[in-house]
Design a protein around this ligand. Structure first.
Ligand code: SDX
Length: 378
């Protein structure tokens, strides 16, 4: 067996062969199944993009209608899962609530008929349909309210915002939210997708795969950065404080949230699109002074860290879009998860076709032949 050189964080080490998405980090290019993210953001919808990622081709009009209807019909969650969520502490983080409830779905549906296309489609539909409902349900429960039922006549994005805010969203806000889901749906072998593939490789059920990926996404170095960005902008508080804040981070060798990327060494193309979406919302609903602070941060970080390839990533502007929609910051990462379920399921399906359990090796740097010391002699 050939042993490769050890690279911390498996940096630059291919973990799979995949045809789902492609990133060119030097050019700031992202494609889903070969289609540029800019085109999908402008012309597609989240469910159409999810179909593309999972089954490899854009659906026909009828295929899309059937898929949308199947998802619509599966949005409700079982009352026993709702009752379980009622026992969660209100102070709990929504990502922990989502991980627990996603895993709980497996108690009802995990039959593990993994080579049956009907089971695969059923699992895809149930996860895409119920994850938003669970995120919205926990939000209402922790406010002391009863969750609202999904509204069948609303599309995917509008229904989520309706369940979350108990009122139908502005059409522009709903469209922009759907584009945010497209942008966050997939991104090659990021940490949570790697988790999904490792978990999938043991042939466990897709609900465990998603629960594993949700747990990974929650960390502040990955999907959790969007929430930290708003807290950072709040802490900075004014344009005048931007430069001293950044200079202090650099001096302390502290990571600036929303900047840097293992692959992109130029501005994340998703950040550019999210800026445009934020500006559309500001034009209609009023400006956000945090955006001015963010623009100054981008300028100063470029001045000081461009030589290291440190630029805004997807998490830097996404929070400003959600904040303008009145979404609380600790829901930003669960919203990232709602979108990324599409990518995780695409990789789950691709891993099943690969059918090889992940079992890497290690570089052992411990001791050998150590003698056992009885406790009385330690
Ligand atoms: C996502 O992988 C994906 O595709 C993820 C994602 C997706 O769609 O799934 O794109 C979503 O997770 C985006 C990233 C969100 N995270 C953050 O915004 C947290 C802040 N960013 C960093 O923690 C960091 O940039 C990472 C984790 C994203 C990437 O880190 P790397 O590739 O491991 O880089 P590194 O830690 O090896 O740093 C290399 C150099 C270091 O300087 P030197 O020691 O060489 O002098 O760059 C510096 C770092 O100090 N650096 C930063 C920095 N990120 C890297 N310096 C300041 N601020 C930062 N944010």
């Amino acid at each position: 067996m050939m042993v490769c050189e050890y690279k911390p964080g498996l940096e630059g080490i291919p973990a799979a062969e995949s045809s789902i998405s492609f990133v060119n980090g030097q050019k700031g290019l992202l494609e889903y199944r070969g289609i540029r993210i800019e085109e999908l953001a402008e012309k597609s919808s989240f469910l159409e993009t999810a179909y593309l990622l999972i089954w490899g081709e854009l659906p026909t009009k009828e295929e899309l209608q059937v898929f949308e209807e199947e998802v619509r019909m599966h949005r409700r969650i079982k009352y026993r899962i709702r009752d379980m969520m009622k026992s969660f502490p209100e102070s709990g983080h929504p990502m922990d609530a989502l991980q627990a409830s996603a895993a709980a779905l497996g108690l009802f549906y995990s039959r593990r008929d993994l080579h049956n296309p009907v089971y695969i489609r059923d699992s895809v539909v149930r996860l895409l349909a119920t994850i938003p409902t669970m995120v919205a349900a926990f939000q209402l429960m922790r406010k002391g309210n009863d969750p609202v039922r999904p509204k069948d006549e609303l599309d995917y994005a509008s229904n989520f915002l309706y369940m979350l805010n108990e009122k139908e969203p502005d059409p522009l806000a709903a469209r922009i939210f759907d584009v945010c889901l497209v942008l966050h749906a997939e991104h090659t072998m990021n940490a949570s997708t790697f988790s999904a593939r490792v978990t999938a490789s043991t042939l466990t059920d897709p609900y465990a795969v998603v629960a594993s990926a949700v747990g990974t996404l929650g960390g502040p170095l990955h999907g959790g950065a969007n929430e930290e960005v708003i807290q950072m902008l709040e802490q900075i508080g004014s344009i005048a404080n931007v430069r001293p804040y950044i200079e202090n981070c650099i001096q302390q060798k502290a990571k600036i949230m929303g900047f840097g990327h293992r692959v992109y060494k130029v501005k994340d193309p998703r950040a550019t699109i999210l800026q445009d979406l934020a500006e559309q919302l500001f034009a209609k609903f009023g400006h956000d002074e945090y955006y001015d602070i963010a623009l100054e941060m981008e300028r100063v970080v470029e001045e000081k860290l461009a030589h290291k390839g440190i630029y805004p990533n997807v998490d830097f502007y996404s929070g400003l879009v959600y904040r303008k929609m009145g979404i609380t910051t600790d829901l930003f990462t669960p919203i990232f998860a709602i979108a990324r379920v599409a990518g995780w399921l695409a990789h789950w399906k691709e891993q099943l076709e690969e059918n090889r359990i992940f079992r890497p090796t290690q570089v052992y740097n411990g001791n050998h032949e150590v003698v056992y010391t009885p406790i009385e002699n330690r």
